[in-house]
Design a protein around this ligand. Sequence first.
Ligand SMILES: Cc1ncc(COP(=O)(O)O)c(C=O)c1O
Length: 441
Amino acid sequence: MADAMTPRSPDETRLLERARERLPGGVLGTSRYADDVGFVVKSGRGSKIYDVSGRQYIDYVLASGPLILGHAHPAVVAAVREQLEAGTTYFMVNEPIIELAEEICRAVPCAEQVRFTSTGSEATFFALRVARTSRRRDKVLKFEGGYHGAHDYAMMSSAPRSPKAFPAAVPDSSGIPRAIEDEVLIAPYNDLATVEGIVATHADELAAVIVEPFQRLIPPQPGFLPGLREITRRYGVLLVFDEVVTGFRLAYGGAQQYYGVVPDIACVGKIAGGGFPLAAVCASEELMRPFDPQQDGTGDFISQSGTLNGNPIAAVAGLATLRELRKPGAYETIHGTGKRLMAGLGELAQRSGLPAQVVGEPVVFDLIFTDEPVTDFRSLQKGDSTLGRTFTTELIKRGVVKNSQKMYVSLVHSADDVGVTLQACEDALKVLPKGKKRRPA
Ligand SMILES: Cc1ncc(COP(=O)(O)O)c(C=O)c1O
């Protein structure tokens, strides 16, 4: 096995060129690594991925989160292999998807019924449609810096370059109709007073408050989620938890269990599909009734369909993943690994003299290059993003791959992985430019 310092092979160089010819930017979405460390994945197994040059990386991207059991987990592979022989998709109700719906309802406190989609983006899009149908109002409130996928209502102030005064929304993408901006109100995360002011002013036109209960990397401050619950209830606005990241990750019952607050509607995805395209909207029977085709013609009917909705391959992969997560000690193991990484990284950051801190929960976190408290999007933006990108690049050179501003921890990251990762972090921090100094404690 080549180590990460091995030069890129001619085959991989050619593949990267072909990617640039046929894929805009040579990538699949918005993430892009520096040119000198870009690579083409060949395979993944456990906590590692391997590129076409044969180099090995400890993987903290985990396919952007679904692979909490690591790559090619034997239980997932066996379940998928068996289902493949019985057909790959039906566009009809099937046993695995019923079982997965039942398991989601057992796990997720607000769930009595679920509607499956293929992506988390669709799940949040339809969750907002459920809220508008129930409340007969159009506007939704989301938080600055919160990410709910790529649809027009979600792509508002998730990463504004020039934020406006609250509650005005800034579109994150071109091509979004101007009218959508007026339908989305923006509030600062972890700031209940501002939320309450906006909700009070717009209560009669507001259908929902949608929130990532743990926003990207930023934990909710004590009282924030209970406060949101109380304010939304008081003004008759529905509370939507986007648990696409947190579902089955912070705990088996997601953020609702971990933080002890139950919303009206939740969206799950990523882990629930075991590495295949699947997500879901979950809520009470009453809120979910408009999805029932028998409601067609009543004026309340929510039209929602998708070719791959209820896909049995994704269902068996999700069920196999959830079975592993229900085994005693699974969450203790994941949280334990994450805590060791967070503590080690925090100590290294302190010793480096750079203004940097570890932000997150043990299951998802990263090093942010500021020593000011990080509680919302604007304070997160104070982090030095150039240092952050260089840190990510230097880690890749040392065989550790992560997203910019996110490290996902899996059940299969070993004590050895933690040791190698922390050594790579120490070495990467040493080569970062030392222009800025930590404020004296
Ligand atoms: C919190 C959150 N919501 C929604 C989504 C969108 O999910 P998908 O990429 O499956 O459309 C994501 C994706 O990363 C997410 O992190």
